[in-house]
Design a protein around this ligand. Structure first.
Ligand code: ATP
Ligand code: MG
Length: 431
């Protein structure tokens, strides 16, 4: 048995190791038979190693076994390093031993070299294998970097990461887009947002909290920007207003872009990511209506923007921007009312889609109760939430940012499903 725990990663070896005996392990990425010479490309998380066998020099049994091993099998190989400029990382391995740790079936669900493209559905059905392709691998490494960058950014600013329940008894905003579940002898729901809980935490004295966690939305529509299970990055800050959290949001987004721009694997995604400059452009809801009207798209005051209106605005503005001063009627009850039927709510928009929604929140118990009722909801269902406003609740503000929306926009990816490991949508519950 080869000592695979002591193996080297493909990128740990260079031509400078010429003559050394090494072990590598990974998947059989490619096999190339040139008659007298046979190349086996082995892939691991770090990259590729070329294993070169010369028919006349290699032991016959080893030569035949290497030739026969099916692509995508997991192998461990021991051999000598030889410098070879044309090979990845400038070296090749002349093998002495090979062990097949797991033989792959001959017919593969996907081509991992990326030479033969596949439909997204096929890729998602065989996601474990799709993750072996360079492009998909880098999407998820970037996703990990993005979440880490967000945590670093918020931790550095004194935020505390908390976790709120995902099984709840009441709808956040009274919407219908909820998944009911059976909870012993009662009905419960999967939480559509941590909104009510993160606000309740403002009464705790923690001041700055965030949560990165799943949200569940029973939206039936099949679009390229909606998931039924998404990841929301939520923050809530006490003693500040909406302007404060907008600044925080734009600085966070620019920071994340800059981190991703520095990631070498980005090249594999052909994205032309540009780090946005802060502050982002701000337009009011009224100004957005005017811009749309200017190109013949009429929106009535108090109406929400359709996907097509969002796209038109995106084309006109062509950069990240905020829409502010929304009519209260189309924002949730917890948004702080302002003059003329508007509220202190904002959306952060990418030219393609909405990235985030936030607001200054109502912190007066009386006003909040009134707002809940004026939306046609029953205050009784919100008692657990309203209670937190009765014994000392500071003014506060916050936002929720969709992790997948941010990733798809940043990386120029067309379908949101590409940036989730195992997406949940109307048709997809497996794998
Ligand atoms: P949209 O109108 O674009 O469907 P929304 O206004 O319903 O979004 P919010 O309730 O404001 O969404 O949620 C805050 C953020 O969470 C959104 O800006 C978005 O980034 C993300 N988000 C919400 N719903 C989904 C979803 N179904 N799939 C993916 N991300 C979502
Ligand atoms: Mg929104």
């Amino acid at each position: 048995m080869l000592d695979i725990q002591d193996r080297k990663y493909a990128n740990e070896i260079t031509a400078a190791n010429e003559g050394e005996r090494v072990s590598i392990a990974g998947w059989v990425h490619e096999k190339r038979d040139l008659g007298g010479v046979f190349f086996l490309v082995v892939r691991d998380i770090s990259g590729f190693a070329q294993v070169t066998l010369i028919r006349k020099k290699t032991e016959k049994e080893l030569f035949e076994r290497v030739k026969r091993v099916p692509r995508e099998s997991v192998v461990a190989i021991q051999g000598r390093v030889k410098s070879e400029q044309k090979a990845p990382n400038g070296y090749e391995i002349v093998p002495e031993r090979m062990e097949v740790l797991s033989e792959a079936s001959q017919v593969l669900p996907l081509d991992t070299t990326g030479k033969v493209g596949a439909e997204l559905d096929t890729r998602l059905d065989a996601r474990f294998m799709d993750l072996r392709t360079e492009r998909t691998k880098h999407i998820f490494i970037i996703r990990s970097h993005v979440l880490k960058a967000i945590r670093d950014f918020l931790d550095e600013r004194g935020f505390i990461e908390l976790n709120t329940p995902k099984i709840v008894s009441a709808a956040t905003e009274g919407g219908t887009a909820l998944f009911p579940i059976s909870y012993f002898e009662r009905e419960a729901f999967l939480n559509q947002s941590p909104q009510l809980y993160k606000q309740m935490l403002m009464a705790s004295g923690f001041d700055r909290v965030y949560e990165i966690a799943p949200i569940f939305r029973a939206e039936e529509h099949d679009t390229t920007k909606h998931l039924n299970e998404a990841t929301s990055i939520d923050i809530e800050v006490a003693f500040v207003d909406h302007e404060y959290v907008m600044t925080l949001l734009e600085e966070l987004v620019a920071f994340v872009y800059s981190k991703v721009a520095d990631y070498p694997g980005l090249a594999k995604l052909n994205s032309n990511l540009e780090v946005p400059k802060t502050p982002f452009r701000r337009i009011t809801y009224d100004e957005a209506i005017e811009l749309l009207s200017g190109v013949g798209e009429e929106i009535e005051w108090g109406e929400d923007f359709s996907t097509s209106a969002e796209h038109t605005l995106g084309k006109i503005i062509d950069e990240l921007y905020f829409i502010t001063d929304w009519p209260s009627a189309i924002k949730p009850f917890y948004a702080q009312p302002a003059a003329g039927g508007t509220c202190n709510a904002f959306d952060l928009m990418h030219p393609r889609v909405e990235l985030s929604s936030g607001s200054q929140r109502v912190h007066s118990y009386e006003l909040l109760k009134q707002q809940i009722e004026s939306k046609g909801l029953s205050a009784d269902n919100f008692e657990f939430y309203l209670d937190a406003f009765r014994y000392g609740m500071p003014p506060h503000a916050g936002w929720g940012l969709g992790a997948e929306r941010l990733l798809m926009c940043m990386l120029g990816i067309g379908n949101i499903r590409e940036v989730v490991l195992f997406p949940r949508d109307r048709r997809r519950l497996v794998p």
